[in-house]
Design a protein around this ligand. Structure first.
Ligand SMILES: [Fe+2]
Length: 350
């Protein structure tokens, strides 16, 4: 079968562990996508696997590319029909965009308005710190979800890396017992600290590199943590490991994001197994909860070179799944300096 041969050729050309299902996702994605940016936003396939995939599709005459425009050829459409594949039927709730959180009524309409105003002044994202922040709606929806799960009101929250300004949004609610923010970027630290002072918000903001162990007084001192890890396997374990070290014990909760753009399902599997081994259960896995504002350095990211992307994206394309974990059987978590790697062939936006 021509299709099996095609998949085999793509697999040989990429270090990313793709499956036959990824080929299906790209092909049906191409039925709906008009441009490369559409496709990466639609198809849930690691970005790093797309260049060889698209190359082989073009080589077999299934796909035509002009600049960033993509068009399936008649034989491309024929192959999809032969396989019996159909595009996923979208039925996202238009009110909450599938998050399950209503932001258009009290108290979150007002929080969103206030937070958007504050976030307008924030420093631009920096490539050297792997920054790329989420929309104000995403930050506020995360805070609302934490409240719905009982992880914010009267609780102690640890924010590990805060280019999403979670600390400020949570502090604006004003119901947490304590909030500590650890952030490596001095400019961002100054912004968060200055804003908190100006608004009279209770927020402990510290300049800290997560590759260094957590300060002793933060160990076991929190009820919940939130973080958006670097998506190498080691990077995820570093960020989540620091969060776990910060939790006080059973019932402690952790929030984090994971993409399909920079993490294959093989990586998801490995990471989820690791999380379970840490004594935590995964209670929430919310597809496309996190939406990221397009960052100015898109042209410098690896994926732009790999895919020879020519123009800036016109709409939000980078999204991630929001996970919540809860500790059931805590262990002693090591608080050692980081010796792993932030590098990984699946990373595409660095
Ligand atoms: Fe909804």
């Amino acid at each position: 079968m021509a299709y099996a041969d095609l998949y085999e050729r793509v697999r040989q050309k990429t270090p990313v562990p793709i499956t036959e299902r990824d080929l299906e996702r790209v092909l049906v994605g191409l039925l709906q996508a008009e441009s490369l940016w559409d496709l990466v936003g639609l198809c849930d396939v690691p970005l790093a696997a797309l260049p060889p995939l698209l190359e082989e599709l073009q080589r077999d005459g299934l796909l035509e590319r002009r600049g960033d425009r993509l068009t399936l050829t008649p034989s491309g459409k024929e192959l999809i029909e032969e396989q019996g594949w159909v595009p996923p039927v979208e039925a996202r709730c238009p009110r909450c965009r599938g998050r399950g959180i209503a932001l258009d009524e009290a108290p979150y309409d007002e929080l969103l308005r206030q937070f958007t105003e504050i976030a307008r002044e924030r420093p631009a994202p920096r490539r050297d710190f792997d920054q790329g922040y989420v929309t104000p709606e995403t930050t506020v929806a995360r805070v609302a979800l934490m409240r719905r799960r009982g992880d914010l009101d009267g609780k102690r929250l640890l924010v590990l890396g805060d280019d999403d300004l979670m600390g400020l949004a949570a502090a604006l609610v004003g119901t947490a017992r304590a909030i500590t923010v650890l952030e490596v970027d001095p400019e961002l630290v100054a912004f968060i600290r200055g804003t908190a002072e100006r608004l009279g918000l209770e927020l402990d903001v510290r300049e800290h590199d997560l590759r260094d162990p957590l300060p002793a007084e933060l160990l076991g001192a929190f009820d919940a943590f939130t973080t958006d890890p670097v998506e190498s396997y080691d990077g995820c374990r570093l960020f989540l490991g620091r969060g776990l070290s910060g939790l006080a014990g059973v019932g402690g909760a952790g929030y984090f994001g994971l993409t399909r753009h920079e993490a294959s399902l093989a990586k998801w599997h490995k990471l989820q197994s690791w999380i379970l081994e840490q004594g935590a259960a995964i209670t929430d896995c919310l597809d496309r909860f996190n939406e990221y504002v397009n960052w100015p350095y898109w042209g410098e990211m690896r994926a732009s070179r790999w895919l020879s992307l020519e123009a800036a994206p016109q709409a939000i394309w980078y999204r991630s799944t929001l996970f919540r974990l809860e500790l059931v059987a805590p262990k002693a978590y090591p608080n050692e300096p980081f010796t792993g790697s932030f590098e990984d062939p699946e990373l595409a936006t660095t």
